[in-house]
Design a protein. Structure first.
Length: 395
């Protein structure tokens, strides 16, 4: 019974963590910033400003259950000062808009580097000192969160990618699809307790490992964030499931092997941090460079209008038009510019018929009755041919 009561207190402690509210604020700012950018580029918003907040805890809470189970079964303990340092680091990064740097590969690696610096040189103050046991725990948590990152990226729906437009080297407009997301994982940790509420026994933890605390502990549900920021302009949408997630899975596998090895050879935790931060940076940079070498996918074309975005709840959604597809004909009229598209729509305001070519070049026809309260462009957004669009708001 005491474990149940302590678990409830641990859950209550989740709402006392300043980092929780910092992450909520950061997600709200990110949503507001995105809406401002979309309004300046397209004169409309694509998703509500609360879109980021609505996806903050789901489906990441499912991943958090698995991480919490591993932490509790094996008795992974983390000292309080490490959590405060983590909160300070993550809070600064999150409020500065650095979603991509909220990957566990970055945040936990910094703490592991700091832990080894204090243990080897003694140059850090006492409140920043991280013990060897906690350093090993951080390496294991980093590996677990990299697996969670892999799973979340695989599940990520690219339909919610935010479009932007930029000038090419030739001065023409080109489109870009960006995914910027922060997930919050409420993970149950074992932290020091002066009262010694919980005691380890013969049945718990499962194994006697160096990560098991040698101090009295209690439960604490702690917010651990995972961030993602990627953008593409050479393909229709970010290749998350078959591209980025596979690379993160390989990284998680290597880091996991090193984190487990560190339980017996502690120096491997430092190597795990180096591999994690170097590997994640390499994945980001290589993916970006490979994409930028390709010809822009969203540009003005003589073959039709490339769909850059679709507004939710508009006729384009009902017609099952997809982002990245090519609008070639509207009401039997060829269209290659927004003006031609609008003129063709007015030929028959009561009923609209369009020829659409998918990403494989296969054409199909879509049609729908046009009602008075329907969006004037059916909810379709394109790359502009030539107009002044402020792009000084960064991604």
């Amino acid at each position: 019974m005491e474990y149940v009561i302590e678990g409830l207190f641990g859950i209550g402690g989740f709402f006392l963590q300043p980092l929780l509210y910092v992450l909520i604020l950061a997600a709200a700012i990110q949503g507001w910033w995105r809406v401002q950018r979309e309004r300046r580029m397209f004169n409309t918003r694509i998703q509500d400003a609360i879109h980021e907040l609505l996806h903050l805890l789901w489906p990441s809470s499912l991943a958090a259950l698995v991480v919490s189970a591993v932490v509790l079964l094996f008795g992974v303990g983390v000292e309080t000062n490490a959590l405060w340092l983590f909160s300070l680091l993550v809070g600064i990064v999150a409020l500065c808009g650095g979603s991509g740097f909220l990957s566990a590969a970055y945040t936990f690696s910094v703490l592991i580097f700091l832990g080894w610096t204090g243990q080897v040189s003694g140059l850090v103050p006492d409140w920043m000192f991280i013990s060897p046991a906690t350093t090993l725990s951080l390496a294991l948590l980093m590996a677990l969160l990299l697996w969670a990152e892999w799973w979340l990226i695989r599940r990520k729906q690219t339909a919610s990618a935010s479009p932007t437009i930029h000038r090419s080297k030739r001065g023409k407009w080109k489109g870009r699809q960006s995914v910027k997301r922060v997930w919050l994982l409420p993970v149950m940790l074992l932290v020091p307790s002066g009262e010694g509420v919980l005691a380890f026994g013969d049945y718990w933890p499962l194994l006697s490992l160096p990560i098991v605390p040698d101090f009295p502990v209690h439960f604490l549900l702690f917010p651990l964030p995972i961030g993602l920021h990627t953008s593409v302009e050479g393909v229709a949408k970010p290749q998350l499931k078959d591209g980025l997630s596979q690379k993160v899975a390989w990284l998680a596998l290597f880091v996991s092997a090193l984190a487990i090895g560190a339980l017996y050879f502690p120096l491997l935790s430092l190597l795990a941090a180096i591999i994690a931060i170097g590997g994640r940076l390499t994945i980001t940079m290589v993916s970006r460079n490979n994409d930028r070498r390709k010809s822009p996918y969203y540009t003005i074309s003589n073959e039709g209008l490339r769909v850059l975005a679709i507004l939710p709840g508009t006729p384009a959604e009902d017609m099952e038009i997809l982002v990245g597809e090519l609008i070639q004909r509207v009401n039997d009229q060829s269209v290659t510019s927004e003006n031609e598209f609008y003129d063709a729509l007015h030929i028959n305001r009561a009923y609209t018929k369009m020829q659409v070519s998918d990403q494989r070049g296969e054409p199909r026809f879509v049609q729908r009755a046009f009602f008075e309260n329907d969006h004037y462009s059916l909810g379709l957004l394109f790359v502009p041919a030539d107009k002044e669009v402020p792009t000084d708001i960064d991604e």
